[in-house]
Design a protein around this ligand. Structure first.
Ligand SMILES: *Cc1c(COP(=O)(O)O)cnc(C)c1O
Length: 384
């Protein structure tokens, strides 16, 4: 039960077999002809964008999406040649780099079009762009009226090609489907108006993970799964389980053990007082690694397949856990913060529940100093 190496006491393992399983589960919901645009923004939700994208590209995924220009450039520099859409806000100053790296912009307002069209002149064929329509997310996008007006812009026809049309659903994982149905209907109405004007758009996309499961009529030609690729969902309990496998496990190693007397305190500001003689294990992971300070007094970790509660405040680089009830813990022993150990498991959705957030935030918060180790063994992360 020692760590893979005390040279690397704190690390995340990323199981690429689980990723492949989740992709195949997602594909089961799709009609023939509908493709996957894999969402690898935020370092692939903390899993490592380059390795995740490369693994998915080997499984014939031809479309990727990131949030920012920098994220797209990093994937290009790693050699990814597939289409990469930049979903987030685009600033005029970023356009030369965007085009130099053959990244596909999502355009959400008119004023940027002339700059984009001019920069695209350096590119031989009309440059592909996706247009985003705002149907109820209250975030980026043209209103349907603005979008129809923009289509009359001659620049669009000469230098740019409207390769894609998209919208984003605000409540696809909500308990009531009415709002989502209205968003889908508004999007379909706009697509119909475009069709009447003679536009054929090759790539139409609206569905995030939850909509893939719940709203098949929102699949169009592409779907945009993020969280389900990584093994989680936020669907209402009434929806049949999509059978996903968490991809990432987070582990650390016992660095020191100490027995403290009743009445002694642990960590900053003395917020933990030992009610009895207590055995404390010191672990080299803290909020700088993305292990939230809000987990203080709330979280637990697994040691020898048993839960050990966090004692006192989470520090920047360390936490302390109470191992009094776990016999014979040793320095060098592996500790699981997210993942399975023996018969017990703690997954990112449980960690999220402890601190009132969603698994997305727990995963993408895992810090850059935590090395990611990739494994492709075809074993079930829930049942190693
Ligand atoms: C992040 C994001 C997604 C993926 O959402 P999931 O809920 O993780 O599937 C899809 N579309 C857009 C525009 C996004 O920003």
């Amino acid at each position: 039960m020692t760590s893979i190496s005390t040279l690397l006491p704190t690390y995340a393992t990323v199981n690429l077999a689980a990723l492949a399983h989740n992709l195949s589960r997602i594909k089961r919901y799709l009609s023939p002809g509908c493709e996957v645009m894999a969402i690898v923004k935020a370092n692939a939700y903390g899993h490592g964008a380059v390795e995740i994208a490369q693994s998915l590209a080997r499984q014939n995924i031809g479309q990727f999406a990131v949030a920012s220009l920098d994220e797209g450039i990093a994937l290009r520099q790693a050699g990814l040649s597939e289409s990469i859409v930049v979903l987030g806000a685009l600033f005029e100053e970023q356009i030369p780099d965007l085009i130099a790296h053959r990244l596909t912009p999502v355009v959400s307002d008119g004023p940027i079009l002339p700059t984009l069209a001019k920069a695209a002149l350096s590119h031989p064929a009309p440059y592909p762009i996706h247009l985003k329509v705002e149907t109820g997310m209250g975030r980026l996008g043209f209103s349907p009226e603005e979008l129809l007006a923009v289509l009359d812009n001659p620049l669009l026809l000469s230098h740019l090609q409207v390769e894609g049309m998209m919208t984003h659903l605000a409540d696809a994982d909500g308990s009531d489907s009415d709002y989502t149905e209205r968003q889908i209907a508004a999007f379909q109405a706009l697509l119909e108006q475009m069709r009447q004007r003679g536009f054929t758009i090759p790539l139409v996309h609206a569905a995030n993970s939850a909509a893939i499961v719940r709203f098949p009529h929102a699949h169009f030609s592409l779907v945009r799964p993020g969280i389900m690729l990584y093994g989680y969902h936020t669907l209402p309990a009434t929806i049949p389980d999509p059978d996903l496998r968490p991809v990432l496990s987070l582990r650390t190693t016992v660095a020191q053990l100490r027995t403290i007397p009743q009445g002694a305190t642990v960590s900053y500001n003395k917020t933990f007082t030992a009610k009895r003689q207590t055995r404390i294990a010191v672990l080299p992971i803290g909020y700088a690694d993305g292990y939230s300070r809000r987990l203080s007094h709330r979280g637990s970790v697994l040691i020898q397949g048993r839960r050990a509660p966090i004692a006192g405040l989470v520090c920047m680089d360390m936490i302390m856990v109470d191992v009094t009830d776990i016999a014979s813990v040793q320095v060098g022993e592996t500790v699981t913060l997210i993942g399975r150990q023996g018969q017990e498991s703690i997954w990112a959705d449980e960690v999220a529940d402890w601190i009132g957030t969603i698994p997305y935030e727990v995963l993408c918060g895992i810090g850059s100093r935590v090395p990611r180790l990739y494994e492709s063994a075809a074993r079930d992360a829930r049942n190693p």
